[in-house]
Design a protein around this ligand. Structure first.
Ligand code: ZN
Length: 58
């Protein structure tokens, strides 16, 4: 009998990685882009992208 892998889909806890442009469950907030026309935009990066682009969580 094979072990069943849980289905993966964007769910609670998933964030959008702005670097590889896909959903991730390892995303952390690395920046907030200031906008003149409203609140800043939160930018998340997944664990691999943090390493690749040397990003630091804030
Ligand atoms: Zn990523």
């Amino acid at each position: 009998m094979r072990k069943k892998q849980p289905a993966r889909f964007p769910a609670a806890g998933a964030t959008w990685c702005h670097w590889h442009k896909r959903y991730t469950t390892t995303g952390v907030l690395v920046a907030v882009i200031e906008q003149a026309s409203g609140p800043g935009v939160a930018v998340y990066a997944c664990a691999p992208c943090q390493k690749r682009f040397r990003l630091t969580p804030i």
